[in-house]
Design a protein around this ligand. Structure first.
Ligand code: ADP
Ligand code: MG
Length: 654
C-alpha cells in the first residue's frame, strides 16, 4: 500500500436548516493513496460533485473529519484552505471555468500569481505547459477562440502550474466529444504515470475503466470500492515535483506581494475598461462633486483675495469713524452727532497725521445738455492722500479752501469722460443742483477700493457741500490717518474715549483696515464651512454611486471570483482587486474633476475676467485625497462581500 494522502472519515453533508434539511452525503469513509488514479462513479445526483468539492477544500463538510497530508482541514482558516487549493490541488471542471477576458497563458498563470511566482518564471512555465498539452499555437487565444477540448487542456495546464500534486477532475470529459474526451483521458493517464494523484468523477463506466481504483457512489454512500486489475498502478512512482516551495526571505515575499498587487491592479483596470460606460457614469458623480468643490473654493478665495487687495490699496493706517453701532446699522442715518467740531478735536491729537470728513450725497449733475447722476463727496484736502488718489490734471483744493466753501471741485476720470467727452474740463463748470462748481482737477484713471466702477464721483470741499448744497451740520464719516508708529488699537482707544466724552455716549463705530481684514476672514471662514458641508454631501452622494456600482460589479463577477478562489486566491486577493477598482474610479474621477474645474477657470479668465478665481494647491490635494478616501470607504463593503463569498457558491452561480 502507498502512503495515505487524503483521508475522509464519516463525512456528511447537509443542505438547508431544520425541517427542510436534506442530507446529501451519509458518512463517507475513504482514504486515497499517493499516486493513485481513482474514479468516482455513480448516477447523476448521487453526490459525486459534492464529495469532490469537499475533497478539493472548495466546500466544507457538515460533520466528519478530513485530513490532507495528515493535517485536519476542519481547523483551517479560509486562507489556509486557499493555500491548499493553490499549492496542492489542481482542479479540472466539466465546464472548464476559464476567465473569458484572459488569454490561454494568462488563464494558466492565475494560480501562480497567487502563489507569488515571479513574472518571468510563471510566463515560461505557462508556455511550457501549454506546449506539453499541444497548445503552443494557442497561447494568445481567448477561451472563446478555443474548442472545448482545447479549453479543457488549458484548464489542465492551469491545474498543473503550481505542481498539481493531486488533480481533481469533475466530469472532465462531460462536455467534450468522444475524440477530445479520449485525448483528455490520455493526458490524465500520462500525468498519473508521472506521479500525480488523480481523482476523477464520472457517470460513464467507459471513462472509469481508465482508473486503477473505482469507487461507486449511490445516494450519498459508498456502494463499492474495487481495484481494476487491468490498469497498472503507479503508486510506487515518486511525484515529479514542481518546486512550489517559496523562499521565506522578506525581500522575496515583499516582491511576491507587490507582484500580486500589480496583478490585482491590472485586473481591476481591465475590468474597468471592459465596462467603460459604467465606469464613466460612476466617475461622473465624483467628477462633479470634486469639480464643484474645487471651483467654489477657488471662487471664494478669488473674491477674498480681491477684497484684501482693495484694502491694502487703501493704506494701512487709516481709521474710519462712522455714526451708529456697526456696519449696516439701520438707525445710523438718523445719528447726526459727528460734526466739524469733532474733526477739529481729533486734529489736535498727537497720533493724528491727517483727518478728513466725508459728507456725501447722490444727486444729478449737469454740464450743458449732459445730465448724469453722481456721488458728490464733501471732503478735506487730506482726503486724496488718505485714499492714495492722484491728481492727473490740474490741482486739488487746499486746507483753507476746504474750510471756506469755495465753489470748486475735483472730478474723477469716469466723470470727465461722461460729462466732458471731447474737451478739457479744467476751468469748466458743473452744475450740482443748480449750483455751479468750477473743475480745478481731474483724478488719474484708477479704480478705487470698494467702489462700483461705473459710478461718477465729484469731490468738493466739505464746507461747500454742507453750507451750499445739502445744508447739514453733521458729517457722514471721519477718516483719520494715524501717524506712523502708533498702534491702531491705541489710536482707536483714544478716539473712543475722546468722542465718548464729547458725545456723552458711544454713538459711533470705527473701522480700520485691521478690523475689516478680521471681519473678512471671519466671513470667509463661515463661507468655507458652508462649502465644506456642501462638498461633503455631494461627495457622499458620489461615494454611494461608487458603492452601488461596485456591488453590481461583485454580483456580476461572482463566477469569476469563484474561479479565482477555486485556484487559490486568498480573501485578501479578491478584496484588493475590488478595492483597487473603486479607489481608481475615485482618484481618476477626482483628478478629472480638478482638471475640468481648472479648465473652466482658464476659460473664464478670458470669457469673464471680472470673476476672480484663485485655485489653491491645498484644496486640490485635499480634493484628490478625499476622493481616494471615498473610494476606500465606499469600496470596502462590496469588496468585503466579494472576499467573503463561499468559493463553491460563487462558482455555482452563473
Ligand atoms: P452529482 O455530481 O453526483 O450529479 P451532486 O453532488 O451535484 O451530484 O448533487 C447531489 C445532490 O445534492 C443533488 O440531489 C443536488 O440536488 C443536491 N445539491 C447539490 N448542491 C446543492 C445545494 N447547494 N443546495 C441544495 N442541494 C444541493
Ligand atoms: Mg456533478
Amino acid at each position: 500500500m502507498g502512503q495515505v494522502i487524503l483521508e475522509l472519515e464519516d463525512i456528511t453533508k447537509s443542505y438547508g436548516e431544520g425541517e427542510s434539511k436534506v442530507e446529501i452525503l451519509h458518512g463517507i469513509n475513504l482514504s486515497i493513496n499517493k499516486g493513485e488514479l481513482v474514479a468516482i462513479i455513480g448516477p447523476s445526483g448521487s453526490g459525486k460533485s459534492t464529495l469532490m468539492n469537499i475533497i478539493g477544500c472548495l466546500d466544507t463538510p457538515t460533520s466528519g473529519s478530513y485530513k490532507v497530508n495528515g493535517q485536519n482541514t476542519f481547523a483551517m482558516l479560509p486562507d489556509e484552505l486557499a493555500a491548499l487549493r493553490r499549492n496542492f490541488f489542481g482542479f479540472i471542471f466539466q465546464r472548464y471555468h476559464l476567465l473569458s477576458h484572459l488569454d490561454a497563458k494568462e488563464n494558466v498563470q492565475i494560480p501562480s500569481i497567487y502563489a507569488g511566482i515571479d513574472k518571468t518564471t510563471r510566463l515560461k512555465k505557462s508556455i511550457e505547459l501549454l506546449k506539453r498539452l499541444g497548445l503552443e499555437t494557442k497561447v494568445l487565444n481567448k477561451p472563446s477562440q478555443l474548442s472545448g477540448g482545447q479549453q479543457q487542456r488549458v484548464s489542465i495546464a492551469r491545474a498543473l502550474i503550481n505542481g498539481g500534486q493531486i488533480i481533481l477532475a469533475d466530469e472532465p470529459t462531460g462536455a467534450l466529444d468522444s475524440k477530445s474526451g479520449l485525448e483528455v483521458m490520455q493526458i490524465l493517464t500520462d500525468l498519473n504515470k508521472q506521479g500525480h494523484t488523480i481523482i476523477l468523477v464520472t457517470h460513464d463506466p467507459k471513462i472509469a475503466a481508465y482508473a486503477h481504483r473505482v469507487i461507486t457512489i449511490q445516494d450519498g454512500s459508498v456502494l463499492s470500492d474495487t481495484i481494476n486489475e487491468a490498469v497498472q498502478d503507479h503508486q510506487d512512482l515518486d511525484f515529479d515535483k514542481v518546486d512550489t516551495k517559496k523562499s521565506n526571505a522578506l525581500v522575496d515575499s515583499f516582491r511576491a506581494y507587490a507582484d500580486r498587487f500589480k496583478e490585482a491592479y491590472i485586473m481591476a483596470i481591465r475590468a474597468m475598461i471592459s465596462n467603460r460606460m459604467r465606469t464613466i457614469l460612476t466617475m461622473l458623480g465624483i467628477i462633479i462633486g470634486i469639480m464643484s468643490v474645487v471651483s467654489v473654493v477657488a471662487l471664494a478665495r478669488g473674491a477674498s483675495d480681491k477684497v484684501i487687495e482693495n484694502i491694502s490699496s487703501m493704506g494701512t493706517n487709516t481709521i474710519t469713524i462712522m455714526p451708529g453701532q456697526r456696519m449696516g446699522d439701520m438707525r445710523s442715518g438718523r445719528v447726526r452727532t459727528l460734526s466739524i467740531k469733532d474733526l477739529q478735536a481729533l486734529k489736535g491729537q498727537p497720533f493724528v497725521d491727517s483727518v478728513t470728513p466725508t459728507v456725501q450725497t447722490s444727486t444729478s449733475v449737469q454740464v450743458g445738455n449732459i445730465e448724469a447722476t453722481a456721488t458728490v463727496m464733501g471732503v478735506s484736502d487730506e482726503y486724496f492722500r488718505v485714499y492714495g488718489m492722484e491728481i492727473g490734471k490740474g490741482r486739488k483744493f487746499s486746507d483753507s479752501e476746504s474750510q471756506s466753501s469755495p465753489q470748486i471741485g475735483v472730478i474723477d476720470y469716469k466723470t470727465k469722460t461722461t460729462l466732458f467727452p471731447y474737451e478739457d474740463p479744467i476751468g469748466k463748470r458743473v452744475f450740482i443742483q443748480g449750483k455751479p462748481i468750477t473743475v480745478v482737477g481731474v483724478l488719474v484713471d484708477k479704480e478705487v477700493a470698494f467702489r462700483p466702477p461705473n459710478n461718477l464721483y465729484l469731490y468738493i470741499p466739505y464746507s461747500t457741500l454742507m453750507n451750499r448744497i445739502v445744508k447739514q451740520n453733521y458729517i457722514s464719516s471721519i477718516i483719520v490717518r494715524t501717524k506712523d508708529g502708533f498702534a491702531p488699537a491705541v489710536a482707536e482707544a483714544s478716539i473712543t474715549s475722546l468722542l465718548k466724552t464729547r458725545h456723552g455716549r458711544v454713538d459711533f463705530f470705527m473701522m480700520s483696515s485691521d478690523t475689516i481684514m478680521k471681519s473678512i476672514s471671519q466671513t470667509t471662514g463661515t463661507f468655507t464651512l458652508l462649502i465644506s458641508a456642501i462638498a461633503v454631501i455631494s461627495l457622499i452622494v458620489g461615494g454611494i454611486g461608487v458603492m452601488n456600482i461596485m456591488l453590481v460589479s461583485v454580483t456580476e463577477r461572482t463566477r469569476e471570483i469563484g474561479i479565482r478562489m477555486a485556484v487559490g486566491a486568498r480573501r485578501s486577493d479578491i478584496m484588493t482587486q475590488f478595492l483597487i477598482e473603486s479607489i481608481t474610479v475615485c482618484i481618476v474621477g477626482g483628478l478629472l474633476g480638478v482638471f475640468f474645474s481648472m479648465l473652466t477657470g482658464f476659460i473664464l479668465k478670458f470669457a469673464a475676467p471680472q470673476i476672480p478665481l484663485s485655485f489653491s494647491i491645498t484644496s486640490i490635494i485635499i480634493a484628490v485625497f478625499t476622493s481616494s478616501i471615498i473610494g476606500i470607504i465606499f469600496g470596502y463593503m462590496p469588496a468585503r462581500s466579494a472576499a467573503r463569498l463561499n468559493p463553491i457558491d460563487a462558482l455555482a452561480r452563473e
